[in-house]
Design a protein around this ligand. Sequence first.
Ligand SMILES: [Fe+2]
Ligand SMILES: [Fe+2]
Length: 241
Amino acid sequence: MKILLISDIHSNAVSLRKILDYEKNIDKIICAGDHVDYGLYPKDVLEMIEAYNVTSVRGNHDDHMIRIWKQISQGIEQNEFKWIHHNADILEQRDIDFLENLPKTISFDIENVGYVLQHQWKENSYETIQSEYHFDQFWAEKYTGNLQGDFEKRIIFGHTHRQGIHYVANDKLWINPGSISYRRPDDPTKDAHYMILQGEEILFKQLPYDKTKLMNEVMKWEGKIKKSDMDVALFFFSENE
Ligand SMILES: [Fe+2]
Ligand SMILES: [Fe+2]
């Protein structure tokens, strides 16, 4: 079975489309949350997530979107205009319902490997699991699969936008595919990061994609979007030198 593992799409329908066209013979797609905010095409992203029957969880930016969208629909005045408000103007009730219906945590088994999928370990934190003790605690709380005895236990996180695999013991690891859209400031690479899980293998992937369409759209919002939000988009959607 070939699994495409993505996370932190952040309304980047262009990189998502590129990955879906590039990766062939995918049996299952898993997403670790943060579908919207900080990007340009939230509706297209949610349509693809639904169309491809992606196994997905709700991230903190998805929660933030639900909150802001409801505020706006209740007429509560917003004192700034960021990508979250730009996205909220595009999304409709059914999109918000879709986000709201996403679970915070999912657990499943694939080919004798147990999985728990959750956007982040702790609320309001970028902390990640370092010890076997915390791994076991998390696993006991969240795993609802059917495997018994010795089997590989994998936790999937997103949120940090940092691609990596962290083993805390034999057969106990958490993996993070990184973001298909944004890096953190100390990592200025602009490719789409994701992973392919196939058999025993976990492949790190970094895929370049054309950002012209994103950049052209971003430019239309100059002077309207709050500068800090604008600067992030301008940086990541400009082409690599
Ligand atoms: Fe994120
Ligand atoms: Fe997040």
